[in-house]
Design a protein around this ligand. Structure first.
Ligand code: F6R
Length: 608
C-alpha cells in the first residue's frame, strides 16, 4: 500500500529518496512526493499524482538537501491528486510529514484545528498530523516532544516520518500498526516502511515496535516510547538479495516468483530434515518434546492465501500428528472474542509479517495468555517479533501482490511442523522416513511441473475467455481448490468460486453449464473415484472440466488434464497448487491484466 522512505547523511537526499520510492512501487500507489531540507534551512517539496518517474521528472536540479522524506500514496482519505499526495506541511511550512495508516479521529481533529484558524491544503487525514506537530512545537524546543504530543491526540494506525526545517540534523519516525524500519549506513541513516527500499544501501536494520518512536541522525539513532522512555534495539541483518527486487528478465514478478519455487522450497527445507530420526529440526519453535506433546489442538490463523496455506497446514498436522487442527481467517477470529485455551497451540501465518488483522489476532491470543507461533517469511517483521517462536520460510522477498512462493513454502513449513509433531506423537519411524524422502523430492517435482508451462499457458488462454470458473476438490484437494480460485480471481479478475466437490450437489450444481467450466483437483488418493463421480455430474450438465491430478481419467470425465508427479499422499497438495498458479498467471497475461499489481489490492494490508 503506501510507502515511506527517509534519508539523512552527507549525500544529496532526493536521488536516494526517489530510488527508494521506485523500490516500493510494487506495493501499489497512485501518487508520490518528496521533501528535503538542509543546513541552509527551508523545506523544498515536490509531490504529484502519478508514477515515481513523473515525480522524478518534476524534481528540479536545485532541489538540494541532505535530509529528506518521500512517500508513495494509495488514496484513502481524499482522491488521488497533487494536493492530497504526501508529504504534508503545516501552515508555516516548517514541518513535513509522510504517513502510512489511517487516523480514525481525523475529522474531529480537523474541525478543532479549523476552529483555531488552521487552513487545510488537502482532504487527507495526514495533514492533521502536520498541524498538530506545529501546534505542539509552540510548547517545546524538541521535535521529539512535539511529535509525541501530536501522536498522543491521534486514534488510529500510523507509520510516520517527520522533517523539521529548523532541525535539519534529524528525522523523527514513529510506528503504530504500520511498519517502520531503520537502515544503518556509514555516517548516514535511512528509514522506510519496507526493507525493499533499503537493501541497495544497507543490510543492517532495526525494526520499530508499535508505540515506538526514533530520532534518526546521520551518525546514529535513538529509540523511545510514546511516554518518553528510552528503548534498546539490536540491529539485525537482512539476508535478502538486491537482485530479488528485479524481474531478472521475466515478464513479471509473478512468473519469476512461481519459477523460483524449487529454490524457495529448498531454502525452507534446508537443515531441517533429520533423516536419522525421521523428523524435522525446528529449533525456532521453542517447544521441547514434552510441551509439543501437551497440546491437544492446533489453531492456525492467517488472511487470504496465508489462511488457505493454513488450511493445508491443518490438514497435514491432523494427518501426520493426529492432533485436531483447524484454520480460521485471522480477520474473523480477532473480532469474535475468541476463547483461548491453554492446551491449544496457535500458529499465525504471514508472508509479510505485517498484516494488521493477523497481528491483532496474535496480540489477542497473547493478551489472554495463549501460546502462539509464527510461520512467517519476513525476518524481524511485527508478527515474527510478537510470536513466542516459529518457523521462518526463507522464501526470499515476494514482490508480486499475489502470493505464490510464500504460499508453497508455508505449506512446506507446515509439513515440517506436522512431521515434528507427528514424531513426538505416534508417527512411526517408517512413516517419518517416507515424509522426509517426500519432502526432499519436492523441489525437483516442482521443476517438472514448471516445465509444463507452455501447455498450461495454452489452456489458460482458452479458459480465460469464460466469465467465471468453478474450482472443486475433496479433503486434501479442497484447500488447493480454494487457493486456485483465489489466484485466478486476484490476477485475472475472472470470477472464480471454490467448493468442496462433495458440496456441489447441495447448491452450486445449479450454476454448472457450458458457460461455467470447472477445475477439479483430483489426486490419486482414496477419494479419486468419488471425485470422478462429481466430474461425471458436471459433464452430464455440459460443463467443461479441467482435471489437475496424477493420472488421466476416462475422457468422459474431463476434456483437459494437467498431470503432475506423485509424491506422498499427504504432501501431494503442495504440488497440486503449482499448476493452478501457472493457470492464473497465464489467464491474467491472456487478458492483459496488471499482473503484479491487480486493481484494488495491496501487497501487505497494514490497515483493518
Ligand atoms: C493472495 C494474497 C493475500 C495475502 C494476504 C495475507 O495472493 O497475497 O491474500 O495472502 O493478504 O498476507 P500476508 O501473508 O502478508 O499476511
Amino acid at each position: 500500500m503506501c510507502g515511506i522512505v527517509a534519508y539523512i547523511g552527507g549525500k544529496d537526499a532526493a536521488p536516494i529518496l526517489l530510488e527508494g520510492l521506485a523500490r516500493l512501487e510494487y506495493r501499489g500507489y497512485d501518487s508520490a512526493g518528496v521533501a528535503v531540507t538542509g543546513k541552509t534551512g527551508g523545506l523544498k517539496l515536490v509531490k504529484k499524482k502519478g508514477r515515481v518517474a513523473d515525480l522524478a521528472a518534476a524534481v528540479p536540479a536545485r532541489f538540494k538537501g541532505t535530509v529528506g522524506i518521500g512517500h508513495t500514496r494509495w488514496a484513502t482519505h481524499g482522491e488521488p491528486s497533487d494536493a492530497n499526495s504526501h508529504p504534508h506541511l503545516d501552515g508555516a511550512e516548517r514541518f513535513a510529514v509522510v504517513h502510512n495508516g489511517i487516523i480514525e479521529n481525523a475529522e474531529e481533529l480537523r474541525a478543532k484545528l479549523e476552529s483555531e484558524g488552521v487552513v487545510f491544503a488537502s482532504e487527507t487525514d495526514t495533514e492533521v498530523l502536520a498541524h498538530l506537530i506545529a501546534a505542539h512545537a509552540k510548547e517545546t524546543d524538541e521535535l521529539e516532544d512535539a511529535v509525541r504530543g501530536a501522536l498522543a491526540r491521534v486514534v488510529g494506525t500510523y507509520g510516520i516520518a517527520v522533517l523539521d526545517a529548523e532541525r535539519p540534523d534529524r528525522i523523527v519516525v514513529a510506528r503504530n500498526g504500520s511498519p517502520i524500519v531503520l537502515g544503518i549506513g556509514e555516517k548516514e541513516m535511512f528509514a522506510a516502511s519496507d526493507v525493499a527500499a533499503l537493501v541497495r544501501y544497507t543490510r543492517q536494520v532495526v525494526h520499530l515496535d508499535d508505540g515506538e518512536l526514533a530520532t534518526v541522525r546521520a551518525d546514529g539513532f535513538s529509540t523511545f516510547t510514546q511516554d518518553a522512555r528510552m528503548t534498546a534495539k539490536q540491529p539485525s541483518t537482512v539476508d535478502w538479495e538486491e537482485a530479488s527486487y528485479d524481474t531478472a528478465g521475466h515478464a513479471h514478478f509473478l512468473i519469476k516468483e512461481i519459477s523460483e519455487q524449487p529454490a524457495a522450497v529448498e531454502r525452507t527445507l534446508s537443515g531441517r530434515v533429520d533423516e536419522r530420526f525421521a523428523t524435522a529440526h525446528l529449533g525456532g519453535l521453542n517447544l521441547d518434546a514434552r510441551e509439543a506433546r501437551a497440546f491437544q489442538r492446533v489453531k492456525i490463523l492467517g488472511c487470504g492465501s496465508a489462511y488457505y496455506s493454513g488450511e493445508l497446514g491443518a490438514q497435514l498436522i491432523e494427518e501426520l500428528a493426529r492432533i485436531p487442527a483447524h484454520a480460521e481467517p485471522a480477520s474473523e477470529f480477532r473480532y469474535r472474542n475468541p476463547v483461548i485455551e491453554a492446551d491449544t497451540l496457535y500458529i499465525a501465518v504471514s508472508q509479510s509479517g505485517e498484516t494488521y488483522d493477523t497481528l491483532a489476532a496474535v496480540q489477542e491470543i497473547k493478551r489472554k495468555g495463549g501460546r502462539v507461533l509464527g510461520v512467517v517469511n519476513t525476518v524481524g517483521s511485527a508478527i515474527a517479533r510478537e510470536c513466542d517462536g516459529g518457523v521462518y520460510l526463507h522464501a526470499g522477498p515476494e514482490i508480486s501482490v499475489a502470493s505464490t512462493k510464500a504460499f508453497t513454502s508455508t505449506a512446506v513449513a507446515f509439513a515440517l511442523i506436522a512431521l515434528h509433531f507427528g514424531r513426538v506423537h505416534d508417527l512411526s519411524p517408517a512413516d517419518g522416513q517416507r515424509i522426509c524422502a517426500g519432502l526432499k523430492a519436492l523441489p525437483d517435482q516442482i521443476r517438472e511441473i514448471l516445465a509444463q508451462e507452455e501447455s498450461i499457458a495454452k489452456l489458460a488462454g482458452q479458459y480465460a475467455q469464460n466469465a467465471g470458473m468453478m474450482f472443486v476438490g475433496r479433503v486434501r484437494g479442497w484447500p488447493v481448490a480454494r487457493e486456485g480460485a483465489q489466484k485466478l480471481k486476484e490476477v485475472s479478475y475472472v470470477h472464480a468460486e471454490a467448493y468442496p466437490a462433495s458440496e456441489l450437489k447441495h447448491g452450486p450444481l445449479a450454476l454448472i453449464g457450458p458457460e461455467l467450466p470447472t477445475v477439479a483437483v483430483v489426486p490419486d488418493d482414496e477419494l479419486r473415484e468419488k471425485n470422478l463421480t462429481t466430474m461425471g455430474e458436471i459433464r452430464a450438465r455440459h460443463g467443461r472440466v479441467l482435471m489437475v491430478g496424477h493420472s488421466a481419467p476416462d475422457p468422459k470425465y474431463a476434456e483437459d488434464c494437467i498431470l503432475i508427479p506423485k509424491n506422498e499422499p499427504e504432501l501431494d497438495p503442495i504440488l497440486l497448487g503449482i499448476p493452478l498458479q501457472l493457470l492464473a498467471y497465464h489467464a491474467a497475461v491472456a487478458l492483459e491484466r496488471d499482473v503484479d499489481k491487480p486493481r484494488n489490492l495491496a501487497k501487505s494490508v497494514t490497515v483493518e
